[in-house]
Design a protein around this ligand. Structure first.
Ligand code: ADP
Length: 494
C-alpha cells in the first residue's frame, strides 16, 4: 500500500522566484507546488543568498531555528533558518542563512573574476549539513529528501557516512535529480577535509573519488537511493556517451537499475499566454491575434522594424558552449542574409557577448540583443517571436521549447535529450509535427532547419495549424509530479 501523505524535503540551490540561473529554479518551485496539491507535506530548503529581497518575499525568522551549530572543516559554524512561502502557494521555503557563505552578489560565480567562488565546496557542504541539522532541530522527520544537482549531493553522502548511525534519519530515503551532468562539483582532494569526511573514504575508485579529485556528483550518484534525470533520452545519453556523461557515464551506468528519466513540466500559472501579466497582449489558441500584437511590441522593444511577412527567431539562453552557440557563430552571416529577424536574450561566456554585440552592430535591422538576465523580456520573447532556436550540443530537458509551444512560437531544435523527447519534426511527420528538428551537431544542418521553417512560415494556413498543435499540448507538471511520487514510493520500499 502506498503511503498517503509523504513528508518530502525538497532541497535545491535555486528556486523561483527567489534565485535563478537556469531551469533548475523553475523546476524547484513548480514541482513542490504540484506535490503539495497532490496532498503531500512538502517543504523546500535553499540558501539565503544576498540577492534575495527579504522584505519583498516576507522572509521571517523561525524562533526555534535562529541558531543552529554546524560542525565543518574542524570548526563550528552557526547558521539561522528563515522562512517564507513560494508566492501564491502554501509551500513553505526554508532559507539557510550564513552570510559569510551566501551573502554574495551571485550564486556560484564571482562576478569580478567570472570564476567559480573558491569556497564553493565549503558553501555547499555547509548547506547540505545544515539541511540535516535543521530537520533534526525542527523534529521533522522526512520520508524523502529530494536532492538536486551537485550542490546537494553531500546529503546522501553524509547520511551514509557521518549520519549512518543517526536514528533520526532511519526511515529517510534520498532521491537525487540530475539537471545537468556537465556540472559535477569536482574539487581538489582538500575538499575531503573541508567536508569533515573520513580520510579513508578518499581512495582510487571510491564513491567520492573521481580522477584524483573529490566529486560531489559521484558521491551523490553513489549514495542516493534513487537517481532521476529530467528526460528519458538524457537518462540514456548520460550512461552511454562521454559527450553527455562528461566521464561520469560509468558511474551512472552502475546505477542503471535505479536511474529514471522524468520529463520536466512547466508551471502554467507562470507561463501561460492567456494570463501572463508580463506580456503586451494575452492570447490563446482560439485567438492568435494578440500574438501579432506581442510581436509588434517586442520588435519595438528591440528596436527592429515590424513586418508581418518576416518571421522573428528568438533565443533566450545561458550563453554557454552547451547551448550550441558555436553552430550559430559559424553561420550567423548566412542567417542574416535570409528574410528573418533575430532577438537574443542571454548572458554568460564573454566570447558570445562579443559575437552577438558585433552581429547586432553589423546587422542593425535584423539582429538585436539584450545581453542580460531579464525574466520579463523572456516572457515577451516567448510571446512575440514566431520561432525559437535551441541548437544545443546537449540538453537534459530544456524548458524554453515547452514555453515556446505554449506561446505559439515554433521551436527549431537539435535532436538531443529533452529536445528530442518533446519536439516532433513537421517535415518527417506532417500529422503530429510540432517544430523543426535537426540531427547532427552541424551548422549546415541547423541552417537547413531554419530555412525549412522560413519556407513553411509563408504558408499561413499550415503555419497556424502548426502553432495551434503546439499550444494544445499538455506539458503541465500534473503528469510528471505523479511520476515523482511513484519514485518516492519505490525508494521507500527499498
Ligand atoms: P538551463 O537550465 O540549461 O539554463 P532550461 O531551458 O532548462 O536551460 O531553462 C532555462 C531557464 O532560464 C528558462 O526559464 C529561461 O527562460 C531562463 N533564462 C535563461 N537565460 C535567461 C535570461 N538571460 N533572462 C531571463 N531568463 C533566462
Amino acid at each position: 500500500m502506498p503511503k498517503k501523505n509523504l513528508k518530502i524535503l525538497y532541497v535545491s540551490s535555486e528556486v523561483v522566484p527567489f534565485a535563478k540561473t537556469g531551469g533548475l529554479a523553475d523546476v524547484s518551485s513548480a514541482l513542490p507546488k504540484q506535490l503539495k496539491q497532490l496532498g503531500h507535506d512538502v517543504r523546500v530548503v535553499m540558501p539565503k543568498y544576498g540577492t534575495i529581497p527579504e522584505v519583498k518575499y516576507k522572509l521571517r525568522e523561525v524562533i526555534r531555528l535562529r541558531q543552529i551549530d554546524i560542525p565543518l572543516n574542524g570548526q563550528i559554524h552557526t547558521v539561522a533558518i528563515k522562512s517564507a512561502f513560494i508566492p501564491d502557494s502554501k509551500v513553505q521555503v526554508y532559507f539557510v542563512d550564513h552570510p559569510k557563505s551566501f551573502k554574495r552578489k551571485d550564486l556560484y560565480v564571482d562576478p569580478r573574476t567570472k570564476k567559480d567562488y573558491k569556497d564553493n565546496d565549503f558553501r555547499f557542504f555547509l548547506f547540505s549539513r545544515s539541511v540535516l541539522e535543521f530537520a533534526r532541530t525542527l523534529a521533522w522527520q522526512p520520508d524523502i529528501i529530494h536532492c538536486n544537482d551537485w550542490q546537494t549531493c553531500a546529503i546522501p553522502l553524509y547520511l551514509n557516512t557521518l549520519y549512518s548511525k543517526d536514528d533520526f534519519f532511519n526511515g529517510t530515503k534520498t532521491i537525487l535529480s540530475l539537471h545537468n551532468v556537465g556540472y559535477q562539483g569536482n574539487f581538489p582532494p582538500s575538499a575531503v577535509k573541508v567536508g569533515d569526511l573520513p580520510d579513508k573514504l578518499f581512495k582510487p575508485l571510491s564513491p567520492i573519488e573521481f580522477h584524483d579529485n573529490f566529486s560531489f556528483m559521484k558521491a551523490g550518484v553513489s549514495y542516493a537511493d534513487v537517481i532521476t534525470t529530467v528526460s528519458e533520452k538524457y537518462a540514456h545519453e548520460i550512461q552511454s556517451d562521454p559527450e553527455y556523461g562528461f566521464g561520469m557515464e560509468g558511474v551512472l551506468h552502475n546505477r542503471k537499475k535505479d536511474l529514471y528519466g522524468i520529463l520536466n513540466g512547466i508551471d502554467d500559472t507562470i507561463w501561460n499566454p492567456e494570463k501572463d501579466s508580463l506580456i503586451a497582449h494575452n492570447f490563446n489558441p482560439q485567438d492568435l491575434e494578440g500574438k501579432e500584437e506581442n510581436k509588434k511590441a517586442l520588435l519595438e522593444r528591440f528596436d527592429l522594424e515590424y513586418n508581418p511577412d518576416i518571421p522573428v527567431i528568438g533565443i533566450i539562453s545561458r550563453l554557454a558552449d552547451q547551448k550550441g552557440f558555436d553552430l550559430i557563430s559559424e553561420v550567423l552571416n548566412k542567417i542574416a542574409a535570409l528574410d528573418v529577424q533575430m532577438v537574443i536574450l542571454g548572458t554568460g561566456a564573454k566570447k558570445y557577448h562579443t559575437l552577438f554585440n558585433k552581429a547586432a552592430k553589423k546587422y542593425p535591422n535584423k539582429i538585436s540583443v539584450q545581453l542580460t538576465f531579464n525574466n520579463q523580456l523572456a516572457h515577451q520573447i516567448e510571446a512575440g517571436c514566431d520561432l525559437f532556436l535551441m541548437p544545443s550540443r546537449y540538453e537534459p530537458c530544456g524548458l524554453n521549447q515547452m514555453y515556446s509551444f505554449m506561446y505559439g512560437t515554433v521551436p527549431i531544435v537539435r535532436s538531443t535529450g529533452g529536445l528530442a523527447d518533446t519536439v516532433v519534426d513537421i517535415d518527417k511527420n506532417s500529422k503530429d509535427g510540432t517544430g523543426f528538428v535537426f540531427q547532427k551537431y552541424d551548422a549546415s544542418e541547423m541552417l537547413d532547419a531554419i530555412k525549412r521553417a522560413l519556407k513553411l512560415y509563408q504558408d499561413r494556413d499550415k503555419w497556424q495549424k502548426l502553432q495551434i498543435r503546439g499550444m494544445n499540448q499538455d506539458f503541465s507538471w500534473r503528469t510528471s509530479a505523479k511520476k515523482y511520487v511513484e519514485i518516492y514510493e519505490l525508494a521507500l520500499r527499498k
